[in-house]
Design a protein around this ligand. Structure first.
Ligand SMILES: N[C@@H](CCC(=O)N[C@@H](CS)C(=O)NCC(=O)O)C(=O)O
Length: 220
């Protein structure tokens, strides 16, 4: 019987990539079906009703979900072609160890501290993991924002801010150009923005760092 192999996938998915690599290593011909993850197909929902995620490997009409399980399945079904693991138990264990290492290191979710300050959600990327119960939300301003919280409050950025709306813009530049321009703005550079810079008393211009970078300048 001719093998019928279908992969429901999304081109950017690192999980799908696992199965694609395994199929390529074995030289298996398959039908690739690109999923729209924002509008999932009936086939995806039907074949992976538990997680509703790609990749789904469908072999002769039978779905296999979860990329690592697919790789194992591919290796077992097409065992006569290009084995994905060494046969020696010790070498196999070593290969699995490094696969697990790369998996956690590169794909693992990194736990981070999270707290809220008014309408803001603050993320602290320190390595130390703080359990939710240990977060003293009363001290977020002083412990997380330090003296920046006063500075923000003085300038109207404080816990009383409320959500008004979200606006989306399409900006035709790459992210680095956007961040450079957004962060700097160039308003304090007289030759770039004469008019704007003339409204500032540049002698008082300071850059203040405390977890945040705040540019401050007194107006003329
Ligand atoms: N543990 C799963 C993870 C699969 C996964 O997270 N797929 C993502 C795309 S990379 C997905 O389908 N997301 C759609 C959703 O979460 O609704 C695997 O290894 O196959």
């Amino acid at each position: 019987m001719a093998e019928e192999v279908v992969l429901l996938d999304f081109w950017l998915s690192m999980f799908g990539m696992r199965s694609r690599i395994a199929l390529a290593e074995k030289g298996i011909k398959y039908e690739y079906e690109e999923e729209d993850l924002w509008n999932k197909s009936a086939l995806l929902l039907q074949t992976n009703p538990v997680h509703k995620k790609i990749p789904v490997l469908i072999h002769n009409g039978k779905p296999i979900c979860e990329s690592l399980i697919q790789v194992q399945y591919i290796n077992e079904v097409w065992h006569d072609k290009a084995p994905l693991l060494p046969s020696d138990p010790y070498q196999k264990a070593t290969a699995r160890f490094w696969a697990d290492y790369v998996d956690k290191k590169d794909f693992g979710l990194v736990p981070i501290k999270v707290a809220t300050w008014g309408p803001f959600v603050l993320l602290n990327m320190d390595n130390e993991i703080l359990q939710k119960d240990n977060i003293d939300t009363g001290n977020v301003a002083s412990e997380w924002l330090g003296s920046s919280s006063e500075l923000f409050s003085l300038n109207g950025v404080d816990t009383t801010l409320t959500y008004v709306c979200r606006c989306e813009y399409i900006i035709e530049c790459n992210w680095k150009v956007f961040c450079d321009n957004y962060l700097d703005g160039g308003y304090h550079v007289p030759f770039a923005h004469k008019g704007l810079a003339s409204g500032l008393s540049l002698d008082s211009y300071t850059c203040f760092y405390f977890y945040f970078k705040v540019h401050a300048c007194v107006g003329c």
